[in-house]
Design a protein around this ligand. Sequence first.
Ligand code: 7PJ
Length: 265
Amino acid sequence: MGVLNVTPDSFSDGGRFVSHDAAIARAEHLLACGADLIDVGGESTRPGAAPVTTDEELERVLPVVMELLRRGALVSIDTSKPAVMQACIAAGVHMVNDVYALRAAGAVETVAASQVAVCLMHMQGEPRTMQREPRYADVVAEVREFLGGRVAACRQAGIEPSRMLIDPGFGFGKTLDHNLALLRDLARVDVGGLPMLVGLSRKSMLATLLGRPVEQRLAGSLALALAAIEGGARIIRCHDVAETVDAVRVWAAFRGETGRKPSGG
Ligand code: 7PJ
């Protein structure tokens, strides 16, 4: 999954892809590099980021989503707002990626009334304050319990498990130690065998570990991606798609699995 931020304030590539043509060009590049899916986001979840209105978010994402769908791409919409989900579902988006795991009023119903896939992510607290003092007695058990609860709520509302993915939410209300504990024990975050998506690319745990600015975190991101694959992750959300696809293919070969073909087909 290639990340396409259409926000002026995202932490890693903020402001660079705000214009429509630049966003489409960036998405085409991610697809050419081997991305199977483009995750379009119009609201930064960076700690301290300013919230955006529904209208503003829709204005940012909808034209890009529509153009990518027109070009035949698989598109995921990274949003927590039911109105944004609804408009993108109507446009034909394939997945809703929600860092709030459909906890906003009306979000579960919106997805239930559609046929799209949904990624349910764990977060402790909310983006503005989540990194202040995250606390867990057992981070792995608590993340699994939370995701199990969200999966149950979605099932209750009529969302089939075949449409659901789970995500432990690296960096969302978690210290470096929490993130490492989760990564080490990722296989234990299992919720009924649902496929797991992870986002580790360029995250601040690499700043803590390596002391590197965001543009120098590629090698660290690849190491984390492979650790996540080893723990059972099925989709890697990342910025550097070509490098990540190479790393995953080499890992798959080492594991005795058939790697993806060079054409990316
Ligand atoms: C994630 C995400 C993640 C899912 C972001 C960043 C921050 N969605 N959206 N999982 N992270 N599902 O890219 O560092 O980890 S925004």
